[in-house]
Write a protein that binds this ligand. Sequence first.
Ligand code: FAD
Length: 383
Amino acid sequence: MKSPYFQEEHHLFRQSVREFFQKELSPHFNEWEEARQIPRWVWKKMGEMGYLGLCHEESYGGTDADFWYSAAFLEELGRAGNGGFACAISVHEYMALNHISRAGTPVQKEQFLRSGIAGDTISALAISEPDVGSNVQGIRTSATLDGDHYVVNGSKTFISNGYYADYITTLVKTGDSLSLLVIPGKTEGVNRTKLRKMGWHSSDTAEIHFDGARVPKENLIGQEGMGFYYIMDSFQIERLSAGLLSIGAMDGMLEMTLRYMQEREAFGRSIRKFQALRHRMADLVTEVEACRQLTHHATWLFTQGEFAVKEASMVKLHAAELQKKVADECLQFFGGYGYMEEYPICQAYRDTRVGTIAGGTSEIMREIIAKMTMDDVSYAKVY
Ligand SMILES: Cc1cc2nc3c(=O)[nH]c(=O)nc-3n(C[C@H](O)[C@H](O)[C@H](O)COP(=O)(O)OP(=O)(O)OC[C@H]3O[C@@H](n4cnc5c(N)ncnc54)[C@H](O)[C@@H]3O)c2cc1C
């Protein structure tokens, strides 16, 4: 489809990403799902392809490409059909490394960003805690300065990449305010447990306990006390990324469903001839198209330097909710085969469910949109 946003070079890039995923990675997806882990060679290969530094500075190995390259990349990542892999890569590049890229010192960038872009190290972003998820300001994990180290105590949970991460960008309480600290995964006093979950099996999700973990004070990102604002600021890129991944995932599900409808017969006819299914498919492609336009518009606002919190929240809300509907309806078109593990729509359905929870729930998105629409609340950029 023609687009005012994606130019010829973005289309070519998209095509090359799609071919790379199809040829080099998707044959291994089932192994990763079984192993509940993405092997290190994949991270390295993604780094060599330049895919982990699309939005990061050239001086640290990134490409610093315009954001439409990232948009095409994220859509293809979603379309590839492994939600866990998509989660792992997007958390690493657009969430954890994003903070170092934006507020890190040159020394931090040399240490954490360069290796992350190269795929030599894996990064996680740890905000949620066992007792606190949506209410970010209520986190309790503390970091107390002791000489030239912070001593960290507390727990984080549901942390994507958290089990294997070399570096964990962590939101901590420093006195009465919040700060961001990069905690190396191998630090003494950092204990990690892998969590079992419904979907996203390729991605590791961890509960992390900090028991007097000593972290050099040089690992503080930006200014002490600014952590909450850095996190809030980054929600915009996180929500857009989630929306772009969803658009790709929905395209992938619709494509596999249309292929199946071509092949499957019932009552002596191809099931694609049944009007009941045709109309539902027509509704789905229409809704996905409307969602795509909203997502691309919000992405365009972002590329123009706008702090489009309302639009980005609408994208996260609408895309995640619609993806749930698309997964459910597409699975129905497959009949009993849709419920069988060897059919990719089955994994797509499981992987989809978390979309309205992770990265901010649908209820929280509605709260933000309602406040901005009805109470004249507005948010200012920090970075
Ligand atoms: C697979 C997975 C991966 C994740 N990855 C990460 C990660 O990498 N890093 C990280 O920090 N976190 C991660 N999370 C955590 C995720 O961001 C939280 O689960 C989410 O923010 C919700 O927090 P909670 O689970 O504590 O739910 P709660 O905050 O306890 O909410 C429970 C319910 O109450 C609703 N609710 C809460 N407050 C309100 C309100 N004000 N108005 C209306 N309804 C409300 C919620 O919408 C929800 O339905 C991940 C979660 C999952 C499942």
